[in-house]
Design a protein around this ligand. Sequence first.
Ligand code: ADP
Ligand code: MG
Length: 651
Amino acid sequence: MWKRLLLIRGAELAALALLAAIPLMVDNSYVLGLLTLLAIYGILLIGLDVTVGYLGQVNLAQAAFLGLGAYAAGLCVANFDFGMLAALAAALVVGLIFGTLLAFPALRLEGPQFALATLSFSALSATTLNEWEGLTLGAQGLQVSRPPFLGMALDAPEFFWLCLLLLALVWMAMRNLLSSQWGRAFEALRDSPIATDAMGVGTYRHKVAGFALASGLGGLAGGLYAFNFQYLQPQSFGWDLMVILLLGVVLGGRKSLWGALVGASLIALLPNLLSNRGLFQIFSAIGLLIALAAGGQGLLKKTTRPFQALAPVAAMGILMVGSLIVENTEDWRKAIFALMLFSVVVGLPEGLMGFAARFLTRLFHIEPPRLPAPASLDTVLPKRTANGGALLELRGLERYFGGVKAVDGVSMTVQAGEIHGLIGPNGSGKSTAVNVISGLYVPTGGDMLLRGKLLPVGSLFKVARTGVARTFQNLQLFGELSALDNVMVALKDVYRSPLPLVLLGLARAEEKRARAAALALLELVGLGDQARSLAKDLTYGDQRFLEIARALARKPELLILDEPAAGLAHPDVNKLMGIIKRIHERGISIILIEHHMDVISELCGVVTVLDGGKIIAAGTAEQVKRDPKVIEAYLGVADDPAGAAAPAQAG
Ligand code: ADP
Ligand code: MG
């Protein structure tokens, strides 16, 4: 525990102290220029990593935000005589505002469309900076003077220390933020936006906040950039820089502050590497060695396919040979970036730092921080006294898809404290009903009431906040998060610290409480010893149990389980029944969609049977099993699963 803290914090401090000390040891303006650029790019890439790494969006606008911040700072100094701090604050705010403005419409988009939206924004901002000559002097360029910092004029080393100080502050604030509920929410919405909303976290607001933050850091870096070069031209913030920035993030390693720093050093050094043949040859040789080491390790451990290992080696080999033949490496710039990007994306998807981190963790035997003792279940999931009465009421609920009446006038009541079975052949509308209740789909007609009050319609997020929690028939876990984090994301009423406190690292107490609470829920479903495993690495059965634990983190009044036993082996089905009983004992009402009739018989007091979107029977399990309509419905289905209601199997 202490060793880990010492090593990690120690490495951060040592790197910072080393960087800060270099200007004292080497009196060289060229080196100082590189270091300053490194600090500025560091801030820029930490921002870019929030969108590319955490939010998982291809963001092509970060160079544009650098430009907007740079011009904002420069123009504030030129026109309004701002001091350094005020001008930097202005650059940050301009980044935040434009980032938010772009995020609102663009973030409703996914994948390639989002990338195109950010690309359009870049084009728009570059053209505006270029053509609005009255303000920016256009292509002629804008001379910027370096304003005083709190009344003092800064010389080159002092300005570098200011950049480094800001990098350190951004580093600390972002480390605190990204290791808090905010960081988890960013990653959760990357892996499953639907589940993020269904867990009451709010996909959209977190996406906008993350993007605005990234853009704000881009603007801040722009302000420093302006005062470093003291001359701005619109074309500096164009397409070329954007590609290099993406290369920096991917090469350094996504989701890592160290990765951003390594990426920043590389892209600060790249132009110089390319202009010096000897250096470039050494660089290519190192690249080839890394490709060989990473590829070899992957092949030995069988984590990579031969192509994945060989392609980067080939690419780096070409680079190595090229560096020996080609005279004018600078002319080959784009080809060289392309080869590097290709090698990294294929051979080192977790980047240099991801690769190094695994190696260092083993070298120093760094253990993950110890987990706290689980909280008591009574505090995490207080026992509800079942006071009876109608909990959920559906009145004539309808949902059509074109001509398909998936749910066709369903009226049913779930009493508080019961386990209500919902069965029916495949395609009878069970999942659609759940999707309408939970807010994923808007109903075509009908009413839904929870404790007599109308349930919000068409919003997973709002329904989640009313006390209804659900799992998904097709699992919707946050695959890249640990089992513990999956549950922690969803925890209700735990994260109360306002953003400034989180940034300052003053929200640790609630993090600790959250961890203990999440552990208690993991233990409830038998996953206590898997807390650290990534969700995607769990067995299929454990993934189903994890979804249940995650839904319980909402402290639900009503829990809807959509075929939790689907695909489970027999021992896991038994385990599942135990879990459902334990949940029910805590006074939580449950709607259970299930195919196995024996499970339904054992657990459910009341059963509703759907067929073709309509209710065809309701009653106890014994009653519906004997109902001729039910038998007929199941007989009509070819892929009737074993153990379903039908006494005879269809052919
Ligand atoms: P169940 O969960 O009972 O197996 P579903 O609710 O998944 O059934 O499906 C009911 C019917 O609605 C099926 O005919 C299915 O094809 C249709 N359906 C479900 N979801 C959609 C959708 N998103 N778009 C179009 N049709 C859908
Ligand atoms: Mg279904």
